[in-house]
Design a protein around this ligand. Structure first.
Ligand code: 6PG
Length: 471
């Protein structure tokens, strides 16, 4: 029996689908799962009649692989990965490669890459995006580690990945934990866009007074525009049109308004704070989830704290896709991407990742959750000027911002007048207004700091560091 091209550990839905994807693309696979019954079910079910074998033990699993071995782990991020590395290491030989395809924290990956490389094994931390459908049909993949490790799987992953007009949605990202860092930032952008669309839904429902079907119609219009055409807008329309099988009403209205999270959005914001990157739209989306989880407190507060009552207001014609609201949503989505790209560029310098931003935009154009027509513009912007200070200053984006800023301001003030929270939209407005203001009021903050703590300040008219005896 000839040895298999690829091994996979962890037969969750992502793992199963990646195996079927690799097999469809001509590769033979050996699978291992902690509980063998799961392996058996897969081999007798979705994996039946395919070039897929199972293994009962890790020793048998490793033995069934061609050398140097390539092993993809699709297991829960955290200590489970370290455990599997420890268990499998004794069976591995020099040059064998382990790949973590989960959402691991990038510093964990950084550590594992150096530990494994020091033992002459290869290790890649590979972000995989696209959910279960993407895993099966073609995900976007973000592999980080040594270039040699990537070379060992390049022929497999380039076939498995989603394909767009300028190639597969996978490219070598950079050293250490860079692949997982890029995936983390991808998810931060994902959190931002999800929250922006949720805010738009809330405004349309409560302030414009339209129903889910009508909101879905607006989403369809948006999805036909260059600025908003994207996977997340597409599935928002689907979610809004889906009916409850019990009583045929709108299913979305039956869902408890508490959003969970698995960590990547939080890590994006923590990294941004550590690196001094400004990501307020992404942070607002994370905080939106935190606030949403305080359901009991919110129920209590609703009877104590009063806001304005809602007066139905115009956000532009529904049949034209509510142009004012569309302006606001477009700018908030732009801001999510701009903040994510800015964070990548700062991290790239700080961690010496040497990230290629046009390539990252390219591999996000297909397969992943934040895929959108707009990524072509983002790719162009960084191709045209690799030192661009912020995506929003690219000529095409700047023109859009200038045209749509009044719409965003109008929507945020409308939301405030009606007492409807729009954390991502309002953070975006402040982000853009701050960024385009050459003199901010932090001169006064500096004065206060010097007044109580002699922290010193710089002057606009003289060089040097100054202190005043304010009191
Ligand atoms: C993807 C997704 C995926 C992520 C989920 C859940 O790119 O396919 O980002 O990897 O795990 O979206 O994330 P949260 O549970 O944190 O929302």
């Amino acid at each position: 029996m000839s040895k298999a091209h690829l091994g996979l550990i962890g037969l969750g839905v992502m793992g199963e689908n990646l195996v079927l994807n690799a097999e469809r693309n001509g590769f033979s696979i050996v699978v291992y799962n902690r509980t063998y019954s799961k392996t058996e079910d897969f081999l007798n079910g979705r994996g039946a009649g395919k070039k897929i074998e199972g293994a009962k033990t890790l020793g048998e699993f490793v033995d069934k692989l061609e050398k140097p071995r390539r092993i993809l782990m699709m297991i829960k991020a955290g200590t489970a990965i370290d455990k599997v590395i420890e268990q499998i290491s004794s069976f591995l030989e020099e040059g064998d490669l382990l790949i973590d395809g989960g959402n691991s924290e990038f510093r964990d990956t950084e550590r594992r890459v150096s530990e494994l490389e020091s033992k002459n094994f290869g290790y890649l931390g590979m972000g995989v995006s696209g959910g279960s459908k993407g895993a099966l049909e073609g995900p976007s993949m973000m592999p980080g580690g040594t270039r040699d490790s990537y070379k060992a799987i390049e022929n497999i992953v380039t076939k498995m990945a989603a394909q767009v007009e300028d190639g597969p949605c996978v490219k070598y990202i950079g050293p250490g934990g860079s692949g997982h860092f890029v995936k983390t930032v991808h998810n931060g952008i994902e959190y931002g866009i999800e929250q922006i669309l949720a805010e738009a839904y809330d405004l349309m429902k409560r302030v414009a007074g339209i129903n889910c079907e009508e909101i879905a119609d607006v989403m369809r219009i948006w999805n036909n525009t260059e600025e908003l055409s994207s996977y997340l807008v597409e599935i928002t329309e689907v979610c809004l049109r889906t009916k409850d099988t019990y009583d045929k009403s709108d299913l979305v209205e039956k869902i408890v308004d508490k959003a969970g999270q698995k960590g990547t959005g939080l890590w994006t914001v923590v990294s941004a704070l550590e690196l001094g990157a400004s990501v307020p739209t992404i942070y607002a989306s994370l905080n939106g989830r935190v606030m949403s989880s305080m359901k009991d407190q919110r129920i209590l507060a609703e009877s104590i704290l009063q806001g304005p009552s809602i007066t139905y207001s115009d956000m532009g014609s529904k049949d034209k896709g509510m142009p004012l609201l569309k302006d606001a949503v477009i700018l908030a989505c732009f801001a999510s991407y701009a903040q994510g790209m800015d964070l990548l560029s700062i991290a790239s310098k700080e961690y010496n990742y040497q990230l290629d931003l046009p390539s990252i935009a390219q591999i996000w154009k297909g397969g992943c959750i934040i895929r959108a027509k707009l990524l072509k513009r983002i790719q162009n912007a960084y191709e045209n000027n690799s030192n661009i200070s912020n995506l929003l200053t690219d000529p095409w984006f700047a023109e859009q911002v200038n045209a749509r800023l009044p719409g965003l301001a109008r929507i945020v003030s409308l939301a405030a007048a009606n007492g409807v929270p729009v954390p991502c939209l309002s953070s975006t407005l402040d982000y853009i207004n701050s960024y385009r203001t050459s003199r901010l009021p932090q001169n006064l903050v500096q004065a206060m700091r010097d007044c109580f703590g002699s922290h010193t300040y710089q002057r606009v008219d003289m060089d040097g560091s100054f202190h005043t005896d304010w009191l």
